[in-house]
Design a protein around this ligand. Structure first.
Ligand code: SF4
Ligand code: ZN
Ligand code: ZN
Length: 321
């Protein structure tokens, strides 16, 4: 197998691009895809202050690395979710990466600061773990970006993530979610600008990027992810991709091009009806925001002990780990 660009030995084949790449040209391909995505969707400018949400997994560490390689000023944000050994190990990976690159990592310890971990919060609030986790992360990411004066919040959602969420939202025709399924969500009162620069790159490509860039990421899945509906959607789409390379990218990018505009953004943007949470000041539809209600319900409840076989349901918006 030869590199399509230089004819040297290739290390990866990308069937949807009908290409093979050597190490150097694959890393360059990843940088080019991210640069193209940032430019095409006008995600941010070279002078903007960027905050990337990192989990210690391949996608978030890869996008942090790629953005620094492209010359952006990027700090990391890690939220310790208190999910047993998984959280201990994922925090270590995030810290090690930050120190290896001389980068700034902001840390928020959920149990230490807010008095609950995800398994306990989910049970107390009678939510699926990924739903409690998604709510928690959205609140803490938004707050960190706003309080830190960042211009934009980056998440490591890749093509597989976005295609799976789109698939789930489409088979259920969740039009309010479809209206918000874009790689850029503009800033609005109390919310930072949010962008997903990895949407042109797949999960497999991000794993390869990390291995070839010697990024030591956490390989283990979150123990709460078992049974997650989005994992099933990913399997269906992987079967389709194997039969028809490029199907995932067609599904997602043709949606953005041809269909996304038909869903009413006003359905998705309820900021007009929002007020400030009386406890934390975050945007809220009621007097107290959903995050503060979760903190209240989880506080003082009996901690949940994780078992290795535990399974969970997903959040509706496919909160990424
Ligand atoms: Fe949170 Fe992801 Fe784990 Fe679900 S799978 S609990 S969203 S870290
Ligand atoms: Zn090459
Ligand atoms: Zn609040």
């Amino acid at each position: 197998m030869k590199c399509t660009v230089c004819r040297g030995p290739a290390v990866i084949d990308l069937r949807r691009h009908n290409s093979n790449f050597c190490v150097d040209h694959f890393l360059r391909f990843c940088r080019d895809q991210v640069r193209r995505t940032i430019d095409e969707f006008e995600m941010f400018a070279p002078t903007d202050r960027v905050l990337v949400a990192v989990s210690g997994g391949k996608d978030s560490l890869a996008i942090w690395d790629l953005l620094m390689e492209l010359g952006y000023s990027v700090d990391g944000l890690y939220v310790g979710l208190g999910i047993g050994e998984y959280s201990d190990a994922s925090g270590e990976h995030a810290r090690r990466f930050a120190s290896s690159r001389g980068a700034t990592l902001i840390e928020v310890d959920l149990p230490g600061t807010y008095g609950y971990d995800i398994p306990t919060g989910a049970r107390a609030a009678r939510r699926a773990p990924c739903s409690a986790c998604g709510l928690t992360k959205r609140h803490l990411f938004d707050a960190a970006a706003i309080d830190g004066g960042y211009d934009v919040l980056v998440t490591g959602h890749n093509l597989d993530d976005e295609a799976a969420v789109l698939f789930g939202n489409t088979i259920k025709w969740h039009t309010e979610y479809l209206a918000r399924q874009a790689p850029v969500l503009p800033a609005r009162a109390g919310f930072p600008r949010k962008v997903k620069p990895l949407v042109r790159l797949s999960e497999r490509e991000m794993a390869a990027y990390c291995v070839l860039s010697r990024i030591d990421y956490i390989v283990d899945e979150c123990p709460m992810a078992a049974g997650n509906r989005h994992l099933g959607y990913k399997e269906v789409l992987n079967d389709l991709e194997a039969r028809s390379p490029g199907a995932k990218a067609d599904f997602y990018f043709n949606f953005l091009r041809s269909a996304a505009g038909h869903f009413n953004a006003e359905d998705a943007d309820s900021s007009g009806a929002l007020r400030e949470c009386e406890r934390c000041g975050a945007p809220s539809s009621g007097e107290v925001c959903a995050f503060c209600r979760l903190v209240e319900r989880a506080g003082g409840s009996q901690p949940v002990t994780l078992s290795p076989t535990r399974s969970s349901s997903p959040s509706r918006n496919g909160a990424s780990s």
